[in-house]
Design a protein around this ligand. Structure first.
Ligand code: PGA
Length: 249
């Protein structure tokens, strides 16, 4: 593992994706052992899958105990049924929650089915729930093709909090295969804001594979800039960008 500081952002390169995933999972496991009711900020997509797989293994083989852990996910699509397998709610169940002893009552995602009139109230309640849990101890992040983090698409302001957003054309295009066609991809989502993410005590942004290399390069290069929301992590005092060799620019 090689690590270098880019301002306050630590850039960590591992020889392989598996090694990077193990290192992030180990950090989460150490956090949970030290603070059994840790508050984890979780992400969906291809990027965090191996970290979740490793956490499941640590639970199964080493008894890593999630019984008091609280979780808050970054985002959710609007308009999908609760049991829609393409919802992030179902995805989290399949990838992690069903395989560890987390209490489902302690897991939180924005509710994409909330009625139009209740969206603002729901988003404010999500922020309050994070706050009353004591804030997020460690937030996982991926980087979207357009630099988004969560569903904070280009243009997102530094001070944004949980809210409903319109999804960017590239975000929808990248989800088209999973939805069986672009026309089936929701047009909106509910996401934590940049301000919500930066309020986490630690931020761990992951990127694997050659297609992420230009995104990583831009994140390292860009001054914090709304046109590239991933660049906002440079403003965080304890942020790491963890990559494998292929994603290193
Ligand atoms: P991916 O998505 O992990 O599926 O590449 C990243 C993101 O959109 O945050």
């Amino acid at each position: 593992m090689r690590s270098a500081a880019h301002g306050s952002l630590v850039f960590e390169t591992h020889a392989t994706r598996a090694e990077a995933e193990r290192s992030v999972a180990e950090e989460i496991a150490a956090l949970v052992r030290a603070k059994p009711d840790a508050v984890l900020g979780l992400a969906t997509g291809d990027t965090p899958t191996g970290v979740y797989r490793e956490l499941v293994r640590l639970h199964r083989d080493s008894g890593l105990d999630f019984s008091s852990v609280r979780t808050f996910n970054l985002d959710e699509y609007c308009g999908l049924a609760a049991d829609d397998p393409r919802s992030f709610t179902c995805w989290m169940q399949t990838q992690l929650f069903a395989h560890v002893n987390v209490d489902r009552a302690n897991t939180h995602l924005p509710d994409g089915r909330v009625a139009e009139a209740d969206v603002v109230r729901h988003a404010a309640a999500y922020e309050r729930a994070i706050e009353s849990a004591g804030g997020i101890d460690l937030q996982l992040l991926g980087i979207g093709r357009n630099g988004h983090i969560g569903f904070n698409e280009p243009g997102a302001d530094l001070h944004t909090r949980t809210r409903r957003v319109e999804l960017h054309a590239w975000t929808r295009a990248d989800a088209a295969a999973a939805f069986g066609g672009l026309e089936h991809v929701p047009t909106r989502g509910i996401t934590m804001g940049i301000g919500t993410i930066l309020a986490a005590r630690r931020v761990r942004m992951l990127a694997f594979g050659v297609r992420k290399a230009p995104l990583v390069a831009r994140t390292l290069r860009a001054a914090p800039d709304p046109a590239w929301p991933a660049s906002y992590v440079r403003l965080h005092a304890d942020a790491r960008l963890v990559v494998d060799r292929d994603a290193a620019p």
